[in-house]
Design a binder for this molecule. Structure first.
Ligand code: ATP
Length: 315
């Protein structure tokens, strides 16, 4: 049985050491919010399925090969010849400021439909994880999210949504119109502070009101990512806060996805909210302290590594 099913767009990712327009060395990898979460969960020993469309190209091969190598189930992933595999460029512009450039319009992944994702939900997984990026990719992907969330919720699968607002893909009113209707079928909502308004009713104007409205609508847990300030979990029973782990910042991109992987892993393991959040801030810190979106994510044995004193050599 699959523990977590997820789907979305995974792109070829180029990381440049210098400004893109100057050329120079780059490192080729893959990146996608949902597949980052999938890899994070697989590293922690969970059975994860990622589904998506890639182009009939070498970067599509790289996406599938990478996920397979990370023990993510790609049974329902397929090639779609109508577009190429998307491309994302990361440019370390100054210091810790990273600029992200997308070439994803018309990509193979933008042709995703419900028919691609519904078969990947049987037999029902324990959790379906979706992000607010997928419905922004086009009408087919939006329908795929809607259909998958409906099917999963009616099969008793817990549905998790990371709001993950991307201003390059759509504006806030469109995102709110697409995401708010999903709420009654969601068990877990993960959002940054400024993303809560995209899922909460417009009548709620403070963070507390937005959280209360989501819990009232039936969401079991509202999880807030607060960057270097850590995170918060709200359930109807309690509110739990955690500071971030103190780590040197190597590359902050991907922290949110790593955080979600840690949180869902804790949920699957039956941890209480404080321990779930503790695992989330730990996996988030691993992503921040290592280069790449997912490359530095921990295996289960490595979760305690951040407890080691600075300068420790592990032999
Ligand atoms: P991204 O979109 O880049 O993946 P995000 O905005 O979705 O990031 P953040 O809130 O930046 O997510 O980070 C997610 C979690 O990662 C935080 O809640 C925190 O636990 C951890 N984290 C983020 N930044 C730091 C940091 N500088 N030091 C330690 N932990 C961090």
């Amino acid at each position: 049985m699959i523990d977590v099913a997820t789907f979305g767009e995974t792109m070829a990712a180029l990381r440049a050491l210098d400004p893109i327009r100057l050329g120079g060395a780059t490192r080729l990898s893959v990146a996608g919010a949902e597949s980052n979460v999938a890899i994070g969960l697989a590293r922690l020993g969970h059975r994860v399925r990622w589904t998506g469309l890639v182009g009939a190209d070498e970067t599509g091969e790289l996406v599938v090969r990478t996920l397979r190598a990370e023990a993510v189930d790609v049974t329902y992933c397929r090639v779609d010849r109508r577009g190429p595999t998307g491309l994302i460029l990361f440019e370390r512009r100054v210091g810790e400021l990273t600029r992200v450039i997308y070439h994803r319009a018309g990509s193979a992944a933008s042709f995703l439909t419900p028919a691609d994702v519904l078969p990947a939900l049987g037999p029902p997984p324990r959790i379906l994880h979706v992000t607010g990026i997928t419905p922004a990719l086009g009408p087919g992907p939006a329908e795929a999210v809607e259909a998958a969330v409906t099917a999963a919720a009616s099969a008793g699968t817990a549905v998790s949504l990371d709001v993950n607002y991307r201003s390059a893909l759509w504006d806030r009113p469109r995102a709110a119109r697409a995401l708010r209707p999903l709420v009654p079928r969601l068990s877990v909502v993960v959002a940054s502070e400024d993303e809560l308004e995209l899922v909460a009713p417009a009548s709620a104007t403070t963070e507390a009101d937005r959280v209360a409205a989501l819990l009232e609508a039936g969401v079991a847990e509202v999880v807030i990512k607060r960057g270097a300030d850590g995170g918060t979990v709200h359930t109807t029973a309690a509110t739990v806060r955690s500071p971030a782990r103190q780590v040197p910042v190597a590359d902050p991109v991907g922290a949110g996805d790593a955080f979600v992987a840690g949180y869902l892993s804790g949920l699957l393991d039956g941890l209480d909210p404080a321990a779930r959040l503790g695992r989330a801030v730990t996996t988030g810190a691993f992503a921040v302290a290592s280069s790449g979106d997912w490359e530095g994510l921990p295996t289960r044995d490595e979760l305690s590594l951040l407890d080691s004193l600075p300068g420790t050599t592990l032999r």
